[in-house]
Write a protein that binds this ligand. Structure first.
Ligand SMILES: Cc1cc2nc3c(=O)[nH]c(=O)nc-3n(C[C@H](O)[C@H](O)[C@H](O)COP(=O)(O)O)c2cc1C
Length: 264
């Protein structure tokens, strides 16, 4: 596949930025800055300092604001000119960087989360996933926490639950791939777990900031399995996303950027 004209994913400044991005309080200030790492060109961006509800910007949390005017082509979910919103999950969900360290979950809740992961689709129904589950305070949790990176150690231990997500990469004692979609499928299983958690009022922060090899050694994971990510699951502090903090962001590429081809 080739790019028809230049890099298809080049940053576009066609959509507006909102007040939270604005460098000063001057309305409609024109500012130059880099695109945030995706291309080296400097872009001229127009800052809209006082956003109306539902204004066009890259922040997902603004897309769902009520009484919003009809949105333009960058908006979340626009069908035939009528505004529709995706499931509230997609707007409400975020990866907390502060968890309520007093909140606990029961084993019943853990069963539901694993059940949701278990029922995810997978290539050829290969189900290339397994999970290490630690409830805050138990022995498995302690052993997982030992291997967190400095960054995740600042927030992940406070979550009610830590889950390490494993992928079945190879057929045992061989270098033959068990499934070429193992990572894809594990991600999907964790997404299902995330949906299930959300339906129970819990939030999930997936992360890779830990020593994956050390976790594999700690739990004697055989070589044909791979420790991929962890998920910290619990109740966020502060009642909402607030300041995303380092490591997370609610910015998203606009629809037009992620739609490779589409007939209109
Ligand atoms: C595979 C994967 C690895 C991630 N690794 C980290 C991480 O190491 N540290 C972190 O703070 N967040 C991590 N995240 C969370 C993302 O940064 C976060 O989902 C993204 O910034 C979007 O923010 P949101 O989930 O709040 O919408 C990871 C997410 C995924 C799916």
């Amino acid at each position: 596949m080739s790019f028809p004209s230049g890099d298809r994913r080049r940053f576009k400044s066609r959509y507006r930025f909102c007040a939270e991005d604005a460098p000063s309080s001057r309305e409609n200030r024109t500012s130059r800055r880099t695109c945030g790492g995706r291309c080296s060109a400097m872009q001229t961006l127009r800052w809209r300092v006082r956003p109306s509800p539902g204004h066009r910007c890259r922040h997902r949390r603004h897309a769902g604001e009520r009484n919003a005017p009809p949105l333009g082509p960058v908006a979340v979910g626009v069908t035939d000119g009528a505004r529709v919103l995706p499931h509230s999950f997609t707007l409400d969900r975020f990866s907390p960087v502060r968890f309520d360290a007093g909140h606990t979950v029961s084993n019943g809740v853990v069963d539901l989360l694993l059940e949701a992961a278990r029922s995810a689709p997978s290539a050829g129904n290969s189900q290339p996933w397994a999970f290490i589950v630690g409830l805050r305070g138990d022995e498995v949790h302690e052993r997982l926490v030992r291997h967190l990176a400095r960054s995740s150690a600042m927030w992940a231990p406070g979550a009610s639950l830590l889950v390490a997500n494993l992928a079945h990469r190879f057929v045992e004692d061989s270098d033959i791939e068990y499934s070429e979609f193992a990572h894809y499928d594990v991600g999907q299983a964790v997404a299902h777990m995330t949906f299930q958690a959300h339906s129970m009022g819990l939030f999930v922060h997936q992360f890779r900031a830990f020593d994956r090899e050390a976790v594999a050694l700690e739990f004697r994971i055989p070589e044909h399995w791979e420790v991929t990510t962890m998920a910290a699951i619990g109740m966020p502090l502060g009642g909402g996303r607030g300041d995303p903090g380092p490591g997370t962001s609610d910015e998203r590429y606009p629809l037009e950027e992620i739609t490779w081809e589409r007939a209109r």
